[in-house]
Design a protein around this ligand. Sequence first.
Ligand code: F6R
Length: 235
Amino acid sequence: MKIIECSSYEQISKYGAEIIAQQINEKRNSVLGLATGSTPIGMYRELTDMYENNCLDFSGITTFNLDEYCGIDYNIPQSYHHFMQENLFSKVNIPMKSIHIPDASAEDAETACRNYEDAICKAGGIDIQVLGLGHDGHIGFNEPSDSFPVITHKVKLEERTILANMRFFARREDVPQFAVTMGIGTIMKARRILLLVFGDDKEEIMKRALTGKVIPQVPASVLQLHPDVTVLYGK
Ligand code: F6R
């Protein structure tokens, strides 16, 4: 595991974008696993700048997002579909047909989750997976639990996650209680992982996750078992 301490949020964003750009330049048809949340926004801005300056071409890229809320209109700003459009997809030339976000509105969630796993497989697997870190150690929406969820699945969000996500909603009642997320197994199958962590408030959980015991109660601790993880951390 490579842990790079950054001096600012801007530096995390810049280094993160450089790592993604290098991946794309080395393999034009790379498969990117993407995250939402506040941490990767700066990195998406950097990637957008590279595209606008003709330094990066996304036309061969396929993307798979980590997660999406259940029971949410995909057109409202709080949905992850909308977030990705706003922060990246509408600004670069990733073909629409190559963009994948879990279908959290499907009536048959199990089949939709299985289809998502199949689509990742068919695309050749994820080359690099971007992750943020939740305050309780979650990655994607894999919350602390008694076992590591293996595949894409529907999950009930923890109170702490709901409270953390409240900043994006007008009222607590508006925050969805359920989401669909890639499983820990899905994430661990990515060939490379890029974990972005920013802020004092993440320092303690980051230490527990990266140097503590590997336990499902701290889902991100599983990353210690992955052969190619880069962590960009700053506060
Ligand atoms: C987002 C996601 C979440 C976030 C995590 C950190 O797609 O899956 O696991 O990465 O909650 O969020 P921020 O970056 O807002 O601190």
